[in-house]
Design a protein around this ligand. Structure first.
Ligand code: AMP
Length: 386
């Protein structure tokens, strides 16, 4: 059976094609596109590439496609990626404008290109179903909460992989096994010392998640992917009083204010340079003060959330960096880990600087807290299989 996993990010499209049978699974091909604006054409291109490269004779050989869908309000967990799912994504598109439309369009595109394939969606929010209620509610009137305004959390596939992989790297196979079967069996009771991990998914979209014994206990993203850390071009944390104030004083319509918050804010808004941290870093090195402010604000926010979850869990055993910036941006990792000797975290700068997108420990000898770079694996078919 051939299964394609399609990861339609806010700025990228990544995929893996698996062959799966009774004896196991293997990755037949993987690929991706960055800085994507037209998702239909890159999906088409990916299917043509698989054919051109001789991986498949025809797209009709693909039996199923799996999607890592983002926000469907009451729809979460694993569901058929059918018209009901597409409708749920479209109904909540205003809340996740950078994420839901690519999936709604992508699912429709795959349904058209691969009419024989079964389409399945696993929502990013599923990993957060065990977050304690006091940490997932907002202090709002009941009528607001009744229409689904609460913390959902995103990047579930990435943080779940980090939860499982970091547990393995820490020699905690009991925790790794519990995480692997989380969606089928719920969290298993863990005896012995609790394992406390903070996972930093830093990419086009970014979030920090606290993970206790392989289960998410909280995350920086809330109701929408516009929350938490500053994103590539989305604002991140913003006081709710700022929106009506800016609309009144700047004379903005709600639509224009939303557009500016979701398209002209974040790294792009603060730096005035780019939504890509590579360009912002470069400008900062050239002496652009706004670019430096943008990077410093991002780092400050990452540290804020790491601190919050380390405190909630009563300490920290491992800090993990993943995704485009987390895997490649050694400058950001250095800044996030600076001055934490008192807490038992010391980075090995040589290891840190040489580590690019490979799985590696980058803490110094004697650092009580481990620091891992773990390449993101959001297209994994089964837990911890490459
Ligand atoms: P992702 O969403 O995980 O695909 O990450 C995309 C982001 O990773 C881009 O927007 C870049 O800002 C960042 N990125 C990619 N390569 C590098 C690099 N070599 N150094 C720093 N950041 C990078």
């Amino acid at each position: 059976m051939l299964i394609l996993i399609a990861n339609l990010g806010s700025t990228s499209f990544k995929y893996r094609l698996y062959r799966m049978d009774a004896t196991g699974q293997e990755v037949l091909a993987k690929g991706g596109y960055e800085r994507v604006t037209d998702y239909a054409s890159v999906i088409d291109d990916a299917l043509q590439t698989l054919q051109k490269d001789g991986v498949i004779a025809s797209p009709s050989e693909i039996d199923a496609v799996g999607f890592k869908t983002v926000l469907g309000k009451d729809l979460s967990g694993c569901v058929w990626a059918d018209e009901t799912c597409v409708q749920a994504l479209e109904n909540f598109a205003a809340v996740a404008p950078a994420h839901n439309p690519p999936y709604a369009n992508g699912i429709r595109q795959f349904a058209q290109s691969l009419p024989q394939a079964r389409l399945v969606a696993l929502f990013e929010t599923a990993f957060y179903q065990w977050v304690p209620e006091p940490r997932s509610v907002y202090a709002l009137p009941k009528s607001w909460r009744d229409i689904g305004i609460r913390r959902y959390g995103f990047h579930g596939a990435s943080h779940k992989y980090v939860a499982e992989r970091s547990a393995q790297l820490m020699g905690r196979d009991d925790v790794a096994a519990s995480t692997a079967s989380l969606y089928l069996q719920g969290p298993a009771p863990i005896s012995g010392k609790p394992l406390r991990v903070v996972s930093c998914h830093l990419g086009g979209s970014s979030s920090v998640t606290g993970i206790l014994n392989g289960v998410a206990i909280g995350t920086s993203m809330g109701f929408s992917p516009q929350s938490g850390l500053p994103q590539n071009n989305r604002v991140g944390e913003l006081d709710s009083g700022a929106l009506p104030y800016a609309m009144k004083v700047l004379g903005l319509s709600l639509e224009e204010a939303e557009r500016q918050l979701t398209k002209e804010s974040g790294l792009l808004g603060l730096s005035g340079v780019s939504n890509d941290v590579r360009d912002v870093n470069e400008a900062s090195l050239q002496g652009n003060a706004d670019a430096t402010l943008a990077i410093d604000h991002m780092v400050d926010s990452i540290r804020h959330w790491i601190g919050a979850f380390a405190w909630q869990m009563g300490g920290l055993d491992a800090l993990v960096f993943t995704a485009g910036i987390g895997e490649n941006g050694h400058e950001v990792r250095t800044a996030v880990c600076e001055g934490l000797e008192e807490f038992g975290l010391v980075l090995d700068e040589a290891r840190n600087q040489s580590c690019r997108a490979v799985e590696q420990e980058i803490q110094a000898e004697g650092s009580r807290i481990k620091v891992f770079v773990i390449p993101a694996n959001e297209e994994s078919l089964c837990p911890n299989k490459q």
